[in-house]
Design a protein around this ligand. Structure first.
Ligand code: KG4
Length: 334
């Protein structure tokens, strides 16, 4: 089954072609990061307009690059939640039009389900059930994936997402946007024990997370140093920050996998690109006898292929939509 899949929930526009949920044929991605960099973060209105400008060309280019005829497309899948509402609407309306024009089914896909499904493209052997830590710019969720379309939230951030915390840390350090990769790069050679940063524990909620305290601690530390005229050791601060984020994510994911008898542990989302977090997941999985799946770097951030991967399984479960499909800024993954 050949699916054309559309992604536009934040600042990447992407149109991909994916066969049978597992084979990536082409993914045409346009990142708006440069458009937003001067503002230090994503400007929703600019994002929506940016998607409108490129989405049709990306679809045309996807079909041309793949060397397929439009009549070979069996369905159109789209990220319809959660995300910046104006941005998501662009993808949803494009996908609705494409599905109607091609006379094929329309498949609504939850954006975080899609991030998890990025792993199906990289690992043919991966099948549910498994435990997944999904960490992106807008969401941080610990999910028990019981079946391709059956998920239970085991834990979640109570405030900021881990990616948001990365972006704010980068901003206060003047490293620019998007921040995660920049913090990652600057952490090289830093001493991860130099700065004592908080790792939140929530009473009675062992799998829930909180990153706002960490974010505030970094901001205060930087502002205090600036006011006192003290020089910060930026690589060590980045390394200490990453250690704190990793300590919030990795032990929880491992404990949840063990508690739920999952022998497979999956990581997904933009923050899964972080070198420290990837390394810590690898060590923890090895020490606990878990098989770890982390997407290759190109499938960590937003892309169209992951939507096609999950879209296939949504279609198999009968989850299709009509022309009344709407976009949603927030939606539970389960
Ligand atoms: O999954 P994603 O592309 O978009 C959402 O669905 O939110 O995630 C974007 C987030 C941003 O916060 C970005 O700073 C973060 O992923 N990110 C990273 C790295 N690369 C991207 N965070 C930490 N280390 C990285 N190497």
């Amino acid at each position: 089954m050949l699916i054309m899949s559309v992604e536009s929930t934040c600042d990447e526009t992407a149109v991909a072609l994916v066969r049978d949920g597992r084979e990536l044929i082409t993914d045409q991605i346009f990142s708006q990061a440069d458009l937003h960099a001067i503002y230090g973060g994503v400007v929703p209105e600019i994002a929506s307009r940016g998607h409108i400008e490129v989405i049709s060309q990306l679809a045309t280019r996807a079909v041309e690059t793949a060397g397929v005829h439009k009549s070979e497309i069996d369905a159109v899948a789209v990220s319809y939640a959660p995300g910046l509402i104006g941005a998501v609407l662009v993808g949803v309306n494009f996908a609705k039009s494409a599905a109607a024009a091609l006379g094929v089914p329309l498949i609504p896909v939850h954006h975080i389900r899609a991030h998890i499904a990025a792993n199906y493209l990289a690992y043919p052997e991966l099948e549910p059930p498994f435990m997944c830590m999904a960490v992106s710019g807008g969401n941080t969720l610990l999910v028990h994936v019981k079946a391709y379309t059956e998920m239970e939230i085991v834990g979640r951030t109570r405030d900021d997402a881990a990616g948001e915390c990365f972006d704010k840390t980068a901003r206060v350090l003047g490293l620019g946007y998007p921040g995660g990769a920049k913090v990652d790069a600057r952490s090289r050679g830093g001493n991860d024990m130099k700065y004592d940063l908080p790792v939140s524990e929530l009473a009675g909620l062992p799998y829930d997370m909180s990153f706002s305290g960490l974010k505030t601690a970094v901001i205060n530390l930087v502002h205090n140093a600036q006011q006192k005229g003290e020089e910060l050791d930026v690589p060590s601060l980045c390394a200490s920050f990453q250690r704190a984020v990793s300590l919030a994510l990795v032990p929880r994911a491992v404990a949840a996998a063990r508690e739920r008898d999952c022998d497979r542990l999956v990581v997904a989302g933009g923050v899964a690109a972080n070198s420290r977090i990837r390394g810590d997941f690898e060590s923890a999985a090895r020490e606990n006898g878990l098989t770890l799946f982390v997407p290759p770097l190109k499938l960590c951030g937003d892309n169209g292929a992951m939507v096609g991967a999950q879209g296939y399984y949504e279609y198999m479960a009968g989850n299709t939509a009509g022309s009344g499909l709407n976009a949603y800024a927030s939606m539970d993954i389960s």
